[in-house]
Write a new protein. Structure first.
Length: 425
């Protein structure tokens, strides 16, 4: 009779989740290309011949949330970015296969420069190997959300913030008179480590959302090994601290002008050319864990998501310009669409921007936001390139010279759109 009772119970529909109480689930799927099958690497021009081995794996990490009325998905992908050609069809699949609405999906790239190229052009010698890897990537993003949804369980959530000193402003004044990539420790730099904790009702960690402003460029353009770089080193440290039983999902804050404070080197105890990257990941990861352990969580949750596209005038660098010599002019170009996404988890505001945003825009957003717990999540739901603040155009560095966005629009448009969506929450 016991067996019949269990079978009968299994046929009953699952109880509907109670409105206002959080359920959360997380998943992680490996998307590392084969070490012996070279594929083109993203993030730097000039690297030829494809990757040469794998130092550490690439993952897609997903967190799915449900408040009994609305669901949302947060995706952290170990990629340089999530271009429109990738994000659009995969997001459509997620919505179709899981029921999570498009406006409640944040798909972010960790901006590692040690990952495989996602969107072409792809050289002919790679195409036969690249196509199945790209198909696997697309499937894995969708499957990660499906698994995270299947793992939903009653949960608690909370927010905390700390500080880590592993980033530095990189817009440096050159001896030639112009501005270029370098190390500018006197420049603006946000050291905030934002952490959103999701845990079981018994207090075990389910997932941590990490937010920090730094490029995934610790290994530099000479590296040909697949690596999730500093974001991945941080995620691994946190996940290992919790025994591999949870998901640590990296998101980049406004980091368009922020580099790791140290580049490649072998002078740390961890050894090898990846030594400094690993050491910085341990420092940042230790702060994430410290903050996570201080967070007060609650099961009472309200989840809402919305998105908006703002359009700004475009620009392109005029022929003959040379930022290194402070000789720069621009030509008008086609308008640029920037997608702004807002995901509210109680009073935590996650503001996604489809570009590589410089620090001062992120600082302005936090200053003007009605929510003290506001995180900008860049490289999210699209990828338009660098988005400088208005003042940055007075010092035409690499970020400004390569930006497709004309001065005078993006800063106010991004902040204004985010605040308008917050007002409707």
């Amino acid at each position: 009779m016991l067996g019949l009772g269990l079978a009968a119970a299994a046929l009953l529909p699952a109880a509907a989740p109670e409105k206002g109480l959080l359920r959360a689930g997380a998943a992680r799927i490996d998307v590392t290309p084969a070490a012996s099958s070279p594929l083109p690497m993203d993030g730097y021009d000039g690297r030829k011949g494809g990757h040469k081995g794998v130092h550490d794996p690439l993952f897609v990490r997903a967190i799915v949330l449900d408040d009994g009325e609305h669901m949302a998905a947060i995706l952290s992908c170990d990629l340089v970015g999530v271009e429109e050609e990738f994000w659009e069809p995969v997001t459509e699949r997620i919505t179709r296969e899981t029921g999570i609405p498009r406006e409640s999906i944040l798909m972010a790239g960790t901006h590692t420069h040690g990952a495989t190229t996602v969107v072409g052009p792809i050289a002919p010698q790679f195409m036969e190997r690249w196509k199945p890897w790209r198909a696997h990537l697309d499937d894995s993003v969708v499957q990660a959300v499906r698994q995270a949804k299947a793992n939903l369980q009653p949960a608690r959530a909370g927010f905390g913030a700390g500080k880590a000193y592993v980033n530095t402003n990189r817009r440096a004044h050159l001896e030639s008179g112009g501005w270029g990539l370098g190390v500018n420790p006197e420049g603006v730099s946000d050291k905030t480590v934002g952490v959103v904790r999701f845990e079981t009702l018994s207090g075990d960690s389910l997932a941590l959302l990490i937010n920090y402003a730094v490029h995934g460029t610790a290994m530099g353009p000479e590296n040909y090994q697949i690596t999730a770089d500093l974001p991945g080193a941080t995620e691994r440290f946190v996940e290992q601290h919790y025994g591999g039983k949870m998901v640590a999902a990296w998101t980049s804050a406004a980091s368009g002008d922020q580099n790791p404070i140290y580049g490649p080197g072998t002078d740390y105890a961890t050894g090898g050319p990846f030594g400094r990257m690993t050491a910085m990941g341990q420092l940042l990861g230790a702060e994430v864990v410290r903050v996570a352990e201080t967070i007060r969580t609650s099961p009472h949750t309200r989840i809402r998501g919305t998105q908006k596209v703002v359009t700004c005038p475009g620009q392109q660098l005029a022929p003959g310009s040379n930022p290194d010599l402070n000789k720069v002019s621009f030509l008008d170009d086609k308008p640029v669409n920037i997608r702004i996404s807002l995901l509210m988890v109680n009073h935590v505001a996650l503001v996604g921007v489809s570009g590589e945003v410089l620090t001062m825009i992120g600082e302005r957003l936090k200053r003007e936001s009605p929510f003290s717990q506001t995180l900008m999540v860049t490289h999210t739901n699209g990828s338009v390139g660098y988005i400088p603040d208005d003042a940055a155009y007075q010092q035409v560095s690499y970020e400004v010279a390569t930006s497709p966005v004309k001065q005078g629009c993006a800063e106010s448009a991004i902040v204004g759109a985010a605040l308008e969506m917050m007002d409707n929450y």
